[in-house]
Ligand binder design. Sequence first.
Ligand code: PMV
Length: 336
Amino acid sequence: MVRHGQFEMNEVVATANANVALAKYWGKRDQALNLPYTGSLSITLAGLTTTARVSFSGRLSADQITLNGQEAVAIEAQRFRAFLSLVRRTAQIDAKAEVAISGNFPVAAGLASSASTFAALALAASHAAGLSLSTRELSLLARRGSGSAARSIDGGYVEWLAGEAADGSDSFAVQVAPADHWPLGVVVAITDESRKRLGSREAMARAAKHSPFFPAWLQSHDADLDEIRQGIRDRDLTRVGQAAEHNCLKMHAVCMAARPSILYWTPATVAVIQRVIELRHAGIDVYFTIDAGPQLKLLCLPQQRGALAEEIGRVPGVRKVLLSAPGCGAQVVEAA
Ligand code: PMV
């Protein structure tokens, strides 16, 4: 039974961190449900945080959504409304919501802002609607907003299981190890803060349909996933780093070989890749990975993070360097 009417529900504020995929999600077997062809594994990133503030009210005639203080428009607003409607259906309410989302890092530029956004929103909105969901249920819900958001519900090292069920009920994320299992250093190199031209949804669809390398990507992915999972368990940076770099370069090769081609890199992206390779030749254990944008995330030992950030900050075209590490999962920070 749907609960109608003039009721007011409490405002809930939740936070979630971005994540960086070491074994990437690239390709959907179901577009509507965000079901992946393969599993993926990421590190939840401390300090790259999105905050979602949500309240439902029977007095609102439409959902009101702001992003960093500005009203969400068009496709963006539509995506949030669809997500809020999913929460409403689950909670059996029909009240509209007031939603304010803010992030402390560049949005839509390949820094997984959709992951932290939908993870924070899944937690805040479900709570505000009176639901009390388990970690698994939250991951299933966040996945519907953005696939990679399924992994930002939990902290530390997180694997999203591809699952097999047509309804997606077995496609959720689980923690492989908590953040303190292995305190890695992560350096984020921002080379371009503008919004990316091609969103991951369209890019994945094009790559899956129009890249001759896509079958090879699928066929070779699980081996990378196994290696990275085991490397994390063994705290083996060389193993994890090599497999993550390989997986990243394969994903970008799939994109580049699509027709029309998808190229996320800028000259600065390549300059950082080359600097990382040089540093490795000089004996520093550092590895890169790149999501659907021009930014890079580098993995290193925690004690080398500061020096690495300085080195990378000097590479021409690098605009900003952020320091991160394995961080916590989504949290309710305020509930009135
Ligand atoms: O969650 P989406 O639809 O924005 O896709 C994210 C895709 C990558 O960031 C490139 C890879 C990943 O696993 O996060």
